[in-house]
Design a protein around this ligand. Structure first.
Ligand code: BES
Ligand code: ZN
Length: 462
């Protein structure tokens, strides 16, 4: 199999097409972009059709549609279900982008745009790898595509979708590129992701905003109270203080931790890249462990009172925050949300009232490393990077991965080509041209080795 000549010949067009979809602001969290999210779905549909997929359709859900398409070349061959998402995170704050988030440009060999890496760039590698295999007559497996539009808001309608489309989604494994590798010269395959519990809290004090001179010092200030409550959620060792929070957390053995520590990592580079002079986190764990196999709690946003120009002397009536917890294997999103809610209400002083509203969640996952599919992913990476891939745990979440297993009985391969430094969810998100093209080159080898190791015959035309 030699896919490179085709990829090289069409490289410019592949990139132009990716730019087209990057121009569509498909922000699922913001109702103002509703039509754009659907436009991105239509784009994926059209491109799957052009690449040669059959049964291409938008399947409606209670939320945004799922783009489906397949190519069944022989029912006797193994089937790979490709999953990704066409929605993106909000691009705010816009003023921190060097160039506008939905006007992709190349700088320093990187594509700058919201969604360039997460996940349009990575999804598009699959569409173009599929086109390449179709055009070079080298598709060795059956493929099904399922590209959704609500990943960045918790994939809350996907469980119903999976239940309703079990037959259509029958496959041997799920292949996903929505994660990162260690470095361009250090390929890795993700074997674990964290789960999530995301909550919004509202703290109310007096029945109206008050003059801070007349009432300040005598009446509870919801912002001060909220800050105190949030601060109390971690102790001096950065352990989360919610009772029962750690009860289900799996502790890794010394051997497992030693294995994980082999992954190359420079704390100095890490700090320098983030522009910080020191790190902080749970005592007794390394930075990589803190960011992957340990749970954490973070305030994602906090507001209230007067934030306009100049000064206004006011004691606000309300304060708000969005608080997330990343969860690790064996923790349950639902259970942690309950524990958080109970605890947060219990620590509210009588001077305020508190409301907790859970948003979305997701379960943590660990993927097997002893499967044919994992071996195929390893061989594919070794083939195109000339190096063995390192298995890694990562700290982000992809809620549907646990559902693939629970509802469809399918394991996933998390074969991502991004880098942690690609500024996902941040201003100036980017994706390396190297990574985009390397993905398109590597993916066909996954299919080749997956078919070979599954004991299938190679397609006649090869
Ligand atoms: N691609 C990310 C997840 C990710 C990022 C995995 C980096 C591994 C490394 C995904 O699109 C994402 O951001 N998911 C959300 C899910 C949430 C909204 C339920 C996340 O992790 O915040
Ligand atoms: Zn994301």
């Amino acid at each position: 199999m030699d896919v490179l000549p085709y990829i090289n010949e069409h490289k410019k067009r592949f990139l132009d097409e990716l730019f087209e979809v990057l121009r569509i602001p498909s922000v699922s969290a913001d109702p103002k972009f509703r039509d754009n999210v659907i436009e991105a779905a239509e784009f994926m549909k059209k491109k799957l059709q052009e690449a040669g997929a059959d049964h291409v359709t938008l399947i409606e859900t209670e939320g945004f549609p799922v783009v489906y398409g397949d190519k069944i070349i022989d029912p006797a061959l193994p089937t790979v279900l490709v999953y990704g998402h066409y929605d993106v995170q909000p691009a705010d704050p816009y003023e921190l982008w060097e160039t506008p988030p939905f006007e992709p440009v190349i700088r320093n060999e990187k594509i700058y745009a919201r969604g360039s890496c997460d996940d349009k760039g990575q999804v598009y590698m699959h569409v173009k790898a599929f086109e390449t295999m179709m055009k070079t007559n080298s598709l060795p497996c059956n493929i099904k595509f399922m590209i959704e539009g609500e990943e960045e808001v918790g994939s809350s309608h996907l469980n119903d979708f999976l239940r309703q489309n079990k037959e259509r989604l029958k496959a041997d494994v799920v292949l996903v590129s929505d994660t990162s590798m260690i470095a361009n010269d250090c390929p890795s395959i993700t074997i674990g992701l964290r789960g999530l519990s995301y909550n919004e809290v509202e703290v109310t004090g007096a029945n109206r905003d008050l003059h801070s001179g007349v009432y300040g010092g005598a009446v509870g200030n919801p912002i001060n109270v909220l800050a105190r409550m949030i601060a109390s959620l971690k102790d001096e060792n950065f352990r989360i203080t919610i009772p029962g929070f750690y009860d289900d957390v799996i502790e890794y053995t010394a051997e497992e931790r030693a294995e994980m520590a082999k992954r190359p990592f420079s704390l100095d580079d890490y700090k320098a890249e983030l522009g910080i002079s020191d790190i902080e986190g749970e005592a007794g764990y390394t930075t990589i462990e803190r960011a992957t196999i340990r749970p954490c709690l973070d305030c994602n946003g906090i507001w209230g009172g007067y934030t306009g120009a100049g000064a206004k002397t006011v004691l606000p009536s309300k304060a708000f925050a969005k608080i997330s917890m990343r969860l690790v294997p064996n923790q349950s999103s639902e259970k942690i949300t309950e524990l958080f809610k109970k605890h947060f209400l219990s620590i509210a002083p009588p001077s305020v009232s508190v409301k907790v509203t859970p948003h979305h969640g997701g379960e943590p996952v660990v993927t097997p490393t002893d499967s044919i599919a994992f071996a195929a992913a390893n061989k594919a990476m070794e083939q195109t990077f000339g190096k063995k891939a390192i298995p890694t745990f990562e700290g982000g979440s992809i809620p549907v991965i646990a559902s693939f297993e629970n509802i469809l009985g399918l394991k996933s391969i998390l074969l991502g080509f991004g880098l942690d430094t690609d500024a996902l969810h941040s201003p100036n998100e980017h994706y390396g041209l190297f990574n985009f093209y390397k993905g398109i080159e590597t993916i066909p080898y996954f299919y080749k080795y997956f078919a070979e190791l599954s004991g299938s015959r190679a397609p006649v035309s090869q």
